[in-house]
Design a protein around this ligand. Structure first.
Ligand SMILES: NC(=O)c1ccc[n+]([C@@H]2O[C@H](COP(=O)([O-])OP(=O)(O)OC[C@H]3O[C@@H](n4cnc5c(N)ncnc54)[C@H](O)[C@@H]3O)[C@@H](O)[C@H]2O)c1
Length: 375
């Protein structure tokens, strides 16, 4: 795997100059001691110039000239349909890749992307940044330590009204460009979180509906899941309700975890809540570290523990992990295979809509990609 010297920032080019680059990736690079924003390519040259100008980077009018420039890596955040061409070209040019989620629209393209990066021996990390939320990381430690026992149930909701996010284009609502307006954009974050916290998904039953938007797209998403562990799950998302709905719950034989994420709401009033029947002497340090004052523990004999870890921007941790993986010539925490597995769940959901039943995972190599038609 090509490595960079450890003594200089990793030089990064942006492919795409839309909302997520402007809101998150570019400012994250600007404050990072690890990396440096060198160049920007976007099919819309004006947008590329604006972003590059703000950060003192160079604008490139062709993907190939950006990839031929003096860069170590790229971040890809174009419409989903265009991820494969950018990722494969970057890999062939020997550039490491942080690709926004979803990896692609379909499993077959995602496989080609993973294979191209493996063949070129470059890092491929996927932008499932929610794994870097502090509350998710604490939850993961508690789950791995068996703190809530055997987990039999998982539930997650992620809704975001179409107008809540200042996208530069409307590609999300053109299914040919996006591959899905809600399931592949919002729910896929929770598919990844489910895999991260629960293990592999072994089956999916999907009810995907168009309910409110002007465009005939999936704006009302419901998935039932089976996990390889035997646990059951439900994942939901929508694009029509005016609030940003956000919460994930895990139900174990010895406790419950409620994870709220970026948007705390009355239903999930703290970033992380843990229900346990254990008393103070049996609690792990991670709970004490994230909940204070100490005096509270003296009388604790079970019940809800609420945790408010300091908010860290997940994009900082995501970029730091990408840079470390490059410097250390290792797989990143969130690999191309993670992107591929999440993609498989979406593709299986589409087959479930087509056939009206459960679809088992992993999918066979020749499983078709069948975009649902919404009325
Ligand atoms: N991790 C997250 O939470 C998160 C959040 C937002 C967006 N994203 C992902 O980032 C990607 C972009 O989303 P966005 O909200 O920034 O979209 P956007 O509509 O704001 O911007 C898309 C940009 O891509 C450009 N573009 C289109 N085709 C291109 C091509 N072939 N080559 C180069 N540039 C091209 C457009 O001109 C536009 O500037 C999507 O894959 C999305 O899923 C991830």
């Amino acid at each position: 795997m090509p490595t960079t010297g450890l003594d200089r920032p990793i030089r990064i080019g942006l492919i795409g100059a839309g909302a997520i680059m402007r809101l998150s990736h570019a400012p994250t690079l600007a404050r990072s001691p690890d990396a440096e924003l060198v160049g920007v390519f976007d099919r819309d040259r004006t947008r590329a110039q604006e972003l590059a100008g703000t950060y003192g980077a160079k604008t490139y009018s062709e993907l190939s000239t950006l990839l031929g420039a003096d860069i170590d890596a790229v971040i890809v955040a174009t419409p989903n349909r265009n991820h494969p061409e950018a990722v494969i070209a970057a890999a062939e040019a020997g550039r490491h890749v942080l690709c926004e989620k979803p990896l692609a629209i379909d499993v077959q393209s995602a496989r080609k992307m993973v294979a191209a990066c493996a063949a070129a021996n470059v890092v491929l990390q996927v932008g499932f940044n929610q794994r870097f939320w502090a509350q998710v990381q604490i939850a993961k430690r508690l789950i791995e330590a068996g703190f809530i026992g055997h987990i039999h149930g998982f539930r997650s909701i992620y809704s975001e009204r179409w107008s809540a996010y200042p996208a530069a284009t409307r590609y999300r609502y053109d299914l040919e460009q996006s591959g899905g307006a809600t399931i592949i954009d919002l729910t896929i974050h929770r598919i990844d979180l489910a895999r991260h916290l629960m293990g592999e998904v072994s089956g999916v039953f999907a009810d995907l509906a168009h309910s409110a938007l002007a465009e005939k797209v999936d704006d009302n998403v419901w998935l039932l899941t089976h996990f390889a562990s035997g646990a059951r799950g439900s994942l939901a998302g929508n694009r029509y309700s005016p609030d940003i709905g956000d919460g994930t719950s895990l139900y174990g034989t010895e406790g419950t975890l409620h994870i709220a994420t970026e948007t705390i709401n009355p239903f999930h009033a703290v970033p992380l809540a843990v229900y346990t029947e254990k008393s103070a002497k049996d609690l792990p340090d991670v709970l004490r570290e994230a909940h204070y004052p100490d005096a509270w523990w003296k009388s604790f004999e079970g019940g809800w523990i609420t945790l408010k870890p300091p908010r860290r921007n997940p994009y900082d941790a995501q970029l730091a992990e990408f840079c470390s993986a490059i410097r250390e010539s290792r797989l990143p925490a969130i690999t191309g295979t993670d992107g591929l597995k999440a993609q498989e769940v979406v593709q299986a959901a589409y087959l479930s809509v087509r056939d009206g039943g459960w679809v088992g995972l992993p999918l066979p190599d020749d499983a078709p990609f069948v975009l649902p038609e919404y009325s």
